[in-house]
Ligand binder design. Sequence first.
Ligand SMILES: [Zn+2]
Length: 135
Amino acid sequence: MLNKRDIKYIVVHCSDTPNNEKIGAKEIHKMHLSFGWDGIGYHKVINRNGIIENGRPEYWVGAHVKGKNDLSLGVCLIGRNKFTKNQYESLEQILIYWKSVYDNVKIVGHRDIVKTDKTCPNFDVNEWCIKRGIY
Ligand SMILES: [Zn+2]
């Protein structure tokens, strides 16, 4: 179980699938099951058209960032390195909502919170948040 007060980070991810591939939470769920996980590891997924889908419930520890799952929520943008205007708008919505629910959470990109070879989510989340006025 994930307690509200345990959540210190919101971690932004990308699915690292081709930008023109219109997949969603269902496909991610299948992919993560195939890794032997308990289904989708993210709490929210943002489709190419900006539709927000639910993944794991927020009280359930995610599987998206090694070593920090018990401290964080994960949101995944579908795509690799070019996201749509609608996706960014939905991301902003989710981040503002989560910041209103969870006190003092820090918004980070996957690559910025743990030592990893991954470049996920392939953009500078901190810089993007500052530009959007989310902090
Ligand atoms: Zn990631």
